[in-house]
Design a protein around this ligand. Structure first.
Ligand code: PLP
Length: 408
């Protein structure tokens, strides 16, 4: 990365003039924190006491036997507080907010997971918290909105545009311009203007540091391959960073949705539907038409359903350091079923994308090879989607009964 936040031709900071001083303040504060030997320790300490870190690396004995090839290990980010790796990033940014002396945080959220994580961090640190969410997403994600409100956050439905994530991002930036003296914008993934891609990856690098130590301890050598799903790219960069300088293959798996050929997916790097452009403050591959209008995306996993991708991953694709694949909704449901039944683990639908690719490749590897799958989150949150996919009649009956109770 150069000092303006470019990773070769990707990244940068395309921000309104009025926010330049705020971004400079953030860069300075982040740089100071990184150079303060006590900061990483305080970050590790708070995650250890609040979020079960270090998360375990689990040997998947039954999946290994089933595949008949590489030894399969699973990094358990699902065991974090709030159920995914997102808490790593928000707690790190929370510590920075304290250092900057600010008292209020804002965030945008699509599926609601980042909103819940941010509202949790705000409650813990005593910040006031406002979450912007497209009106359509507010309606779709009621359980997450419910928890954000219980956690004391104000959830503002955004009625502009198509009333989804990108409209919420615009509104969050408008808020920041009005309130930059008191407020920090907690971006949820390794995207957006510099320094967010670098900063979010830095906090998530705790996953890769732990995983590298753990696999060396258990196997006595490095893994052959590491797999992670790719939404914005933060869990992938987090685990990959631990192995970046090693002879370890890194595989990112995007949302193939209904299939790349249908156009109904969220694959910016594997499909031919993505192209390089500038939007939302940074330069990367976006799913956009020839006029730069963002396309509609689709994935069974709400957390992967995003038009852009980390500029760091776009760069690592071009250098060939990371290989990208995609998994369809159907494959994801199958890999999820298999993992639940064989290992008693319930990966999030997002994480199940990484499982699809790993389980495809494991049989062709040798039993002396180890592979690691990053289980970025747990699947409890997906009960509505997964039950629908299985067309579970008892579940449908339960939902009907609940609805009737409210009508009565
Ligand atoms: C949000 C989310 C993702 C996608 O975000 P990245 O920034 O790509 O990591 C993946 N898995 C889970 C469980 C999530 O909640």
């Amino acid at each position: 990365m150069n000092n303006r936040g470019y990773y070769d031709r990707f990244g940068g900071a395309f921000i309104p003039e009025i926010l330049v001083a705020t971004f400079d303040e953030l860069v300075t504060s982040f740089t100071e924190a990184k150079n303060d030997p006590g900061f990483w320790q305080s970050y590790q300490d708070i995650l250890a006491s609040y979020s079960c870190r270090p998360t375990p690396l689990t040997y998947a004995e039954n999946l290994t036997r089933y595949c008949g090839g590489a030894r399969v290990y699973i990094k358990r980010e699902d065991l974090n507080h709030t159920g995914a790796h997102k808490v790593n990033n928000v707690m790190g940014q929370g510590l920075l907010v304290k250092r900057m002396g600010k008292t209020r945080v804002i965030a945008e959220t699509g599926a609601g997971q980042h909103g819940v994580a941010t509202a949790t961090m705000a409650a813990k640190f005593g910040f006031t918290c406002t979450i912007y969410m497209g009106e359509v997403d507010v309606q779709r994600q009621r359980p997450n909105v419910f928890w954000m409100e219980r956690l004391g956050a104000e959830v503002i439905p955004v009625r502009d545009g198509t009333r989804i994530l990108k409209d919420a991002i615009n509104e969050a930036f408008r808020d920041w311009v009005r309130n930059m003296d008191t407020t920090h914008y907690v971006l949820g993934t390794a995207c957006g203007p510099h320094p967010f891609p670098e900063m979010v990856s830095y906090f998530q690098s705790i996953i890769g540091k732990e995983a590298r130590d753990q696999i060396l301890k258990i196997e006595g050598k490095l893994p052959r391959r590491v797999y992670a799903c790719v939404g914005g790219g933060s869990n992938a960069l987090g685990i990959f960073s631990g192995f970046m300088d090693d002879a370890v293959e890194l595989v990112g798996v995007e949302a193939g949705g209904k299939g790349l050929e249908t156009g109904r997916h969220a694959s910016r790097l594997c499909s031919t539907d993505g192209s390089v452009g500038v939007a939302q403050g940074y330069k990367t591959y976006f799913l956009q038409d020839d006029d730069g209008q963002m396309k509609e995306t689709h994935s069974v996993a709400a957390g992967l359903d995003y038009v852009g991708v980390s500029p760091i991953l776009a760069h690592l694709k071009e250098t060939g350091r990371v290989r990208f694949e995609s998994a369809t909704d159907r494959e994801v449901i199958d890999a999820l079923s298999l993992t639940i039944q064989k290992e008693g683990l319930i990966p999030a639908l997002e994480s199940a994308h990484a499982f699809v690719q790993a389980l495809k490749e494991a049989p062709a590897l040798s039993p002396t090879d180890a592979i690691i799958i990053n289980q970025s989150g747990r699947g409890d949150k997906d009960i509505f989607t997964v039950a629908d996919a299985f067309k579970d009649p008892k579940w449908q009956e339960f939902i009907k009964k609940k609805a009737e109770e409210y009508h009565a």
